[in-house]
Design a protein around this ligand. Structure first.
Ligand SMILES: [Mg+2]
Length: 221
């Protein structure tokens, strides 16, 4: 029996999942600006956007414009990374196995392909191979999930710990928090999440998960 091929970049014990929309990519600003432009109204100040579903803080008659914008072909390709997000991704990839975890919006016909193209454009071709699309992030295995969602609903028991990416609508969400990708504190927050898991005995002496879910690269069966 020969040894299975080892993929060096996958042989890292820590697995970090990065959400895309409003975590790595600035979605709120173009989304609100474009929708309010169509509605002919002024955007509310950022701190007034206290709902994850941003249209909900606007009068009902203007809410359909938000649907129009988010379903527009190309909308997700037009989004830009937050300042420092690209550098943070590359830095994180030196330390951990990094994946992008994002939802696919079926009502937008180019959402899935635009998200892959956006990763290629901003983070590089290799990053685009690291995308996992799912409506339920509990399906994805990982140690840390950096995500702006205020309340992640899942049908599964997550293997990851959420580190919250700071947004006006998630101020009450408990847990470690990343406020920006520029000043290096994001790395401290992820380290702290790993430290907490280590002290809980969730990693074995070899650095892989004690529950066996993460292991050095091998053939699955
Ligand atoms: Mg998000």
């Amino acid at each position: 029996m020969t040894n299975p091929p080892v993929i060096p970049q996958l042989d890292r014990p820590g697995i970090v999942l990065f959400d895309m929309d409003n975590t790595m990519m600035d979605m709120s600003n173009p989304f609100i600006t474009e929708a309010c432009g169509l509605a002919g109204i002024d955007p509310l100040p950022a701190e007034r956007h206290i709902s994850f579903y941003q249209e909900q803080v606007y009068p009902p008659e203007h809410q359909p414009m938000f649907r129009t914008v988010i379903d527009r072909p190309g909308f997700f390709l037009d989004l830009e990374p937050y300042p420092g997000a690209v550098e943070a991704y590359h830095r994180a990839s030196e330390r951990w196995l990094v994946m992008f975890a994002t939802a696919q919006l079926n009502s937008n016909p180019t959402c899935a392909s635009d998200k892959v193209a956006s990763l290629t454009r901003h983070f590089g071709a290799e990053a685009a191979t690291r995308i996992a699309m799912t409506m339920d992030k509990g399906l994805l295995m990982g140690d840390v999930l950096v995500d702006d969602k205020d309340r992640i609903v899942t049908r599964f028991t997550p293997t990851w710990t959420q580190v919250v990416f700071d947004q006006p609508y998630n101020q009450a969400t408990p847990g470690l928090r990343i406020t920006n990708w520029e000043d290096g504190t994001w790395e401290d927050a992820i380290e702290e999440a790993f430290d907490a898991m280590l002290s809980e005995g969730r990693f074995g002496p070899d650095g892989w998960r004690a529950d066996g879910y993460s292991q050095p690269g091998r053939i699955a069966s």
